[in-house]
Design a protein around this ligand. Structure first.
Ligand code: GLU
Length: 377
């Protein structure tokens, strides 16, 4: 789906909601249970309406500081990692309790940049998200602060929410913050700054106006939110920044109300990915498919590639890489992202999906290439 305006937001089905530390904790680092409860109630209600929700929540470090009765957040990396390790479990416990009140099951997902960089990890985490959503679970994501060091660190959950949006093919990302949207200048220092309700394109002027203000409990400021919006919109996902203190902000955004700032993407995720597959990604190998598969591709315009339709595997490639799909005469028909490596495909080509597990010892999924990851040429 393409989001062109506020009214289109009603159609958004899969939504990543990011909540910042300053929304769910008080300045003294203790948890704001009222907000946690409201959030759980609102998201559970959306879940009941058929929306698929992924919550990205900060707050582990603040909650750890509170539990350990430290006067402030540690400044050293091991100090931060330690307080996050203490706080993450407590934070999840609060969410688990709050969501259980509404009969909704949650799951903890901790990620680092590794899951975004390494293809195996990327595909693996993506499959986990898909499975959790299929099971009707709300995944609650945070950075794995205790292991994420330096170059593995995403650093802030604004950027994390954009990455998760891409990973899980979200229709929309909503960042709930301590500010009610994007202003023409920093409202803390410019009293005449006005809230912008819609940003059709993130120009250098938009970035400049964002400044870099932030609160001391959280990590991001408006700058990291704009970075997240840039990343999200360029990968085909629209993003809204709204206030975490506004009642039912997410539900109202999804009802098309003019809450916060909407950053429009103009394209949808599938189009962006398919364009990248067709023109941007390098090809790492070839799958030669049988006539049945060729006909299905031509007839339906797109279809998933199953092991049974594969006649030959050429090249040396990993799971998650782009491969070319050709017919028996060598004509290139499509390109797609493979879930299986060439070594695995040599073993499962031509077999029924029910045999994959027996042959490989484990099954990632039935499709070698999913139709959403395939573009016809
Ligand atoms: N992962 C950090 C935490 O849970 C928060 C990062 C952020 O504030 O964006 O405390």
């Amino acid at each position: 789906m393409i989001i062109r305006n506020r009214a289109d937001l009603r159609q958004a089905k899969r939504i990543v909601v990011k909540v910042g530390t300053s929304t769910i904790t008080y300045p003294n680092y203790s948890r704001n249970f009222t907000r946690i409860d409201h959030l759980a109630r609102e998201l559970s209600d959306l879940h009941n309406r058929g929306k698929e929700i992924i919550l990205v929540s900060s707050g582990a470090q603040a909650v750890g500081v509170d539990r350990l009765r430290l006067p402030e957040k540690p400044r050293t990396i091991p100090g931060k990692q330690a307080v996050a390790a203490v706080g993450q479990g407590i934070l999840m416990h609060s969410y688990e309790k709050a969501f259980a009140e509404y009969g909704v099951t949650v799951a903890q997902v901790l990620l680092t940049r590794m899951e975004m960089r390494d293809r195996h990890h990327y595909i693996n985490s993506r499959n986990t998200f898909m499975e959790l959503l299929k099971m009707g679970v709300i995944p609650i994501v945070n950075e794995n602060d205790t292991v994420a060091l330096d170059d593995l660190k995403i650093g802030d959950n604004d950027n994390m929410s954009a990455l998760v949006g891409g990973l899980a093919d979200a229709d929309l990302i909503v960042i709930l913050s301590d500010i009610d949207g994007y202003y023409t200048a920093n409202p803390a220092t410019h009293p005449d700054a006005v809230l912008v309700h819609e940003v059709p394109e993130i120009t250098p002027a938009v970035e400049e106006a964002a400044g870099d203000a932030g609160s001391s409990r959280g990590t991001g400021g408006m700058m990291t939110k704009i970075q997240a919006a840039k990343q999200a919109t360029s990968s085909g996902i629209s993003l809204v920044i709204a206030s975490g203190t506004e009642r039912d902000a997410v539900a109202r955004i999804l009802d098309g109300e003019e809450v916060g700032t909407l950053f429009l993407s103009g394209e949808n995720r599938l189009q962006v990915r398919k364009r990248w597959l067709a023109f941007g990604a390098g090809c790492h190998g070839t799958l030669v498919v049988d006539d049945g598969c060729v006909q299905a591709l031509r007839r339906e315009g797109s279809c998933s590639i199953l092991p049974a339709g594969i006649l030959r595997v050429d090249g040396d490639f990993e799971a998650g890489q782009t491969v070319s799909i050709r017919d028996g005469a060598g004509k290139e028909l499509a390109r797609g992202l493979t879930h299986y490596s060439s070594a695995e495909l040599h073993k499962i080509k031509g077999v029924k999906t029910s045999q994959i597990e027996q042959i490989l010892g484990a099954k990632v999924c039935d499709e070698v290439i999913h139709r959403d990851d395939l573009v016809l040429l």
